[in-house]
Write a protein that binds this ligand. Structure first.
Ligand SMILES: Nc1ncnc2c1ncn2[C@@H]1O[C@H](COP(=O)(O)OP(=O)(O)OP(=O)(O)O)[C@@H](O)[C@H]1O
Length: 580
């Protein structure tokens, strides 16, 4: 894609919703430039006045449209122009900052929302650090790019105005200055192309740097246990070296172009003075003013090049964010549209109707042609060897993964019609308990935001956690550490169970909920689960015999197929128990 196309796409993406503010900013830039140009133009009569009436403060000069003006009034007018220009410039800067900040916040929020409401299957197949990188570093780079874009626009306006102004004084000289600037800018296209290529590899290295640091910090315990810190340090060191080399390379390219601009403008200025003085014989006031204009024009071309370079360096951040937005907005959670379907409260059963699913990248289906009925109010144990597909079934039941074929019906309504609404009836307790680095109360209230302390204690009671939480010096206010690291595995699981129960779900999904508990705690939790029989539906992915024993229905899964279903200890063939 051409650089121009890339930049105009980015401008639409970042500032498309800010047309009104962008127009006001452009107007302020225009007014500021006109004011600056007027003070520059005023140099001509000032120099004439000083040149012809040296030492005579009372003398005046005749100006077109204005008439006779004295030195004092001329200086006062110039001062007024400068004050006005400073005010306009201040206003422009504030508006630019506010608009830029708002535009970037919108992008960050938009991405955050798209990821938050995106399909779980998308997130599950991405590296968490990459999403983190997009939300932080990439959006930060977009902010730099927006600033560069605005500065680029500002320079274009300045250049146009100065160009017009200097045409009034000498069109030949203006043409000369503009040609030198434009030719240098054009000649530096290969440098910009190099920077654009370089920016992509820098962006990849930045993403990898984030990944290595993220992976190391989140898996620090394992890294330490296996003495593998040197592996991460070496990887990080290699990446930092790549980034260092890349940054120096960028600095080399930008300093080369700045040096070239300085050289070109120096040579052009010398030639300009020579031609203006010796060939065209431009009068001194005009020559001085033109020189001043030239000195202001030349850095503008350099500024155009550097803002473009900065913009190109940051564009991969925008491209990554735009790509993620496209992916995530294409696959959002389904919440029923205008013809909103009311998901029924689970009162009869959930039925898997010829459901198959093939995970992304897999050749064979993980679950094939599954017919299964989960009656409401029952405890159903899902058992089977590792990799049989138990968690996959739980994920589909929650509407987090879509069946490749078939459907899952809640009291006859396909849950895919509004999976968010369906999830409001569910509580889930995963294998890897996730706790925030916050108090026990905050962690519990993820289940029910407005729960009173009494409700929290009741839920802890039901999860057999009241005793250990009550014994903590800070009780409910105890901070559990990063991912609950200050609690034992069993304590974490009981907090997670209490959180699930606090929600008063109609369906409770337990993914190996008692795997980290001792016999005593296991028995207590299992008693709590048994007490819920008939009130809510429970699907328990179970490995322990005692949890399996209290189930009403035991579904045995192997390689994605139901091989056996036992009801009240009576063994039936798969065919006989498959849902009608
Ligand atoms: N996101 C995914 N992408 C590709 N394959 C996956 C994905 N998630 C699971 N699988 C594969 O699907 C199969 C079933 O996995 P699943 O986690 O459902 O098994 P499980 O019965 O819950 O195993 P365990 O008892 O060990 O937790 C496995 O072979 C696994 O490798």
């Amino acid at each position: 894609m051409s650089q121009f196309r890339q930049i105009s796409d980015f401008a639409r993406f970042s500032l498309g919703g800010y047309g009104r503010q962008a127009s006001v900013i452009l107007l302020l830039i225009l007014i500021g430039s006109i004011l600056e140009s007027c003070s520059l133009l005023a140099m001509i009569p000032l120099l004439k006045l000083i040149g012809t009436n040296h030492g005579a403060a009372q003398s005046s000069i005749q100006l077109p449209w204005i008439g006779s003006i004295s030195l004092g009034w001329l200086l006062t007018a110039m001062l007024c122009l400068m004050v006005f220009q400073a005010l306009v410039s201040r206003r422009r800067l504030l508006l630019m900052t506010r608009t830029m900040q708002q535009a970037v916040d919108d992008i960050r929020m938009h991405l955050f929302t798209a990821i938050g409401y995106g399909r779980w299957s998308l997130v599950a197949n991405m590296r968490g650090s990459d999403l983190n990188h997009a939300l932080s570093n990439d959006v930060d780079r977009i902010q730099v790019a927006v600033f560069s874009l605005m500065s680029f626009g500002q320079n274009i306006i300045w250049l146009t105005l100065y160009g017009l102004l200097s045409t009034l004084i000498s069109w030949q000289m203006t043409l000369f200055a503009m040609t030198v600037g434009a030719a240098t800018l054009f000649g530096l296209y290969p440098v910009r192309r190099k920077i654009a290529r370089h920016a992509q590899s820098m962006s990849n290295s930045l993403q990898e740097r984030q990944y290595v640091a993220f992976e190391f910090i989140t898996g620090m315990k394992i890294a330490k246990a296996f003495n593998s810190e040197p592996y991460y340090l070496q990887r990080l060191d290699r990446l930092l070296e790549t980034l260092r080399v890349g940054t120096v390379e960028f600095a080399r390219l930008t300093s080369n172009s700045t040096a070239l601009f300085q050289l070109a403008s120096g040579a052009a200025a010398a030639l300009f003075v020579y031609v203006a003085y010796a060939v065209i014989a431009l009068p001194l006031p005009q020559l001085m003013t033109m020189l001043l204009l030239f000195m202001r024009l030349a850095p503008r071309f350099n500024a155009l090049q550097s803002t473009l370079q900065q913009l190109l360096l940051c564009l991969p951040g925008y491209e990554n964010v735009a790509r993620l937005l496209r992916i995530f907005t294409a696959e959002q959670n389904r919440t029923a549209g205008p013809e909103r379907v009311q998901m029924p409260l689970l009162t009869r059963h959930v039925r898997f109707d010829r459901v198959s699913i093939t995970h992304q990248g897999a050749d064979t289906p993980t679950i094939a042609n599954l017919d299964l009925e989960l009656p409401a109010g029952k405890i159903i144990a899902l058992i089977g060897p590792s990799g049989a597909g138990k968690s996959t079934i739980a994920d589909m039941l929650m509407g987090l993964l879509d069946p490749s074929e078939g459907q899952i019906l809640v009291d006859g309504v396909n849950l895919a019609q509004d999976d968010r609404q369906w999830r409001s009836q569910i509580a889930y307790m995963p294998q890897d308990v996730f706790l925030l680095h916050d108090s026990i109360a905050t962690n519990l209230r993820i289940g029910k935001a407005d729960a009173s302390d009494e409700e929290l204690w009741n839920a802890l009671d039901a999860a057999n956690a009241r005793q250990f939480v009550g014994a903590l010096p800070q009780g409910l206010d105890t901070v559990v550490g990063d991912r609950g690291s200050r609690l034992s595995g069993g304590e974490r699981q009981r907090i997670a169970l209490a959180r699930a129960l606090l929600r008063h779900p109609r369906l409770l999904i337990l993914d190996e909920a008692t795997s980290a508990l001792d016999m005593d705690a296991q028995t207590k939790i299992e008693t709590a689960i048994a007490g819920l029989r008939g009130h809510i539906t429970i699907l328990a992915i179970a490995h322990t015999a005692s949890l399996v024993a209290l189930a009403d229905i035991i579904v045995h899964l192997d390689r994605g197929r139901v091989v056996q279903v036992r009801t009240n200890n009576a063994v039936k063939d798969e065919d006989a128990v498959a849902a009608e």
